[in-house]
Design a protein. Structure first.
Length: 121
């Protein structure tokens, strides 16, 4: 798994992100993600890492260009053959966008913090 993490986790300075500047965010490492996930009762599997890295890369490249709903649909595409959005909720019961963003160390997109969005609890 670490090959995937290291291959996609280039230093933030290598990206141009007009809206998703990562420099203002608190430091984030793989260990930080594991600790945040453990606090939320999640043990990170390769599928969790896939979502976390997708969220980080999306924020790095596009900032908040999508609403929470649109980002959820975009996350569902690569998981289509594995159960789609329903499977994402199995991985992140607190919401793939809301809970996933917290673990990824990036701000959740606008309108995704609504308690009626992104949670099965």
């Amino acid at each position: 798994m670490s090959n995937v993490i290291h291959s996609t986790a280039l230093p933030e300075s290598h990206y141009a992100a007009p809206e998703g500047d990562m420099h203002h965010l608190p430091p984030w490492t793989e260990e930080t993600a594991r600790e945040l996930a453990a606090q939320e009762g999640i043990e990170l599997t390769p599928e969790h890492w896939e979502v976390v890295l997708l969220l980080r890369n999306h924020y790095r490249l596009r900032g908040h260009s999508l609403t929470g709903t649109a980002l959820l649909r975009a996350l569902g595409e690569p998981f289509g053959m594995r159960g789609g959005i329903k499977h994402l909720y199995e991985l992140f019961p607190g919401g793939p966008v809301s809970q996933g963003s917290r673990i990824a160390g990036v701000p959740a997109p606008p309108y995704s913090r609504d308690l009626s969005f992104g949670s099965v609890q």
